[in-house]
Design a protein around this ligand. Structure first.
Ligand SMILES: CSC[C@H]1O[C@H](OP(=O)(O)O)[C@H](O)[C@@H]1O
Ligand SMILES: Nc1ncnc2[nH]cnc12
Length: 286
């Protein structure tokens, strides 16, 4: 099976350079419109798909991103692994703005305003999510970041807040007491949907600020975040390139069969309409 790598570009990463055979594709999904056109191409011989999470021009709030359409679109284009590139606040002294973190856990502090499942409407599934990122993909991302010369932290918990306002100081200190490493607003729905779609998901998190807990650093602001992203965007791109070179092989991880035991609904009870709508996701099981 061909291995296609998807990249979801976060704040500050709205395009991918260096692709050959570039095409822009409008993808229709049963869940509405994705954030933007998908860009397909080939990087060092590996087929790639790129999507800017907030759309070109950064038009979508974290709560407005149609995560279901984005992940469905990736699946439709044959993507088997997604690399998420995300700007995050650092919740630990040793994670200095400009450092990279490859998180291995999430805490969900969103308020259920985002659709984070493909299921419902007569079909019920409960995926395993104890280890929410793909360990193999994350290992490749870590090695790729080291190769690019980044200061990179392996593992750590990403707390996903609702936004769009940044945290209060009390919230920031509360989250620190949870022991988290970084904070952002976007990764949890993507990780859940990718798992449901049996796509590996891994995160390159770029620390851009110390949120508002650090007594000797300014409180987080968009202009400070953008300044750090601009300084590091070349490195993020070089990490992606190094990662793509490492990843191309067949998958040997549980992500690829995440739905095998997850669907609990009696096959005979699944409404035809739902079966058709979810064919791309559940077709091989029902
Ligand atoms: C521009 S600051 C806040 C914004 O940045 C992060 O976005 P992304 O995860 O897409 O890189 C954060 O989650 C917020 O959406
Ligand atoms: N401090 C912060 N809080 C939430 N999302 C962020 N993205 C970048 N920095 C952030």
């Amino acid at each position: 099976m061909e291995q296609v790598i998807g990249v979801i570009g976060g704040s500050g990463l709205y395009e991918m350079e260096g692709l050959q055979d570039v095409r822009s594709i409008v993808v229709e999904t049963p869940f509405g419109a994705p954030s933007d056109e998908f860009v397909t191409g080939v990087l060092d011989g590996v087929p790639m798909v790129f999507l800017p999470r907030h759309g070109r021009g950064h038009r979508l709030l974290p709560t407005e991103v149609n995560y279901r359409a984005n992940i469905y679109g990736m699946k439709k284009l044959g993507v088997t692994r997604i690399i998420s590139v995300s700007a995050v606040g650092s919740m630990r002294e040793e994670i200095v703005p400009g450092h990279i973190v490859i998180p291995d856990q999430f805490i969900d502090r969103t308020n259920a305003t985002r659709s984070s499942t493909f299921f419902g409407n007569g079909v019920v599934a409960h995926i395993q999510f104890a280890d929410p990122v793909c360990a193999d993909l994350s290992a490749d991302l870590y090695a790729a970041a080291q190769e690019a010369g980044a200061t990179v932290h392996r593992g750590g918990t990403y707390i996903c807040m609702e936004g769009p306002a940044f945290s209060t100081r009390a919230e920031s200190n509360l989250y620190r007491s949870f022991g988290v490493s970084v904070i952002g607003m976007t990764n949890i729905p993507e990780a859940k949907l990718a798992r449901e779609a049996e796509i590996c998901y891994g995160v390159i998190a770029l620390a851009t600020d110390y949120d508002c807990w650090h007594e000797s650093h300014d409180d987080v602001s968009v202009d400070a975040i953008i300044a750090i992203i601009k300084q590091n965007v070349a490195m993020a791109k070089s990490i992606i390139r190094n990662a793509v070179r490492r990843i191309g092989r067949e998958r040997d991880c549980p992500c690829a069969s995440a739905l095998r035991y997850a669907i609990i609904t009696d096959k005979a009870a699944i409404p035809d309409e739902t079966r058709e709508r979810l064919d791309l996701i559940i077709g091989s099981y029902v």
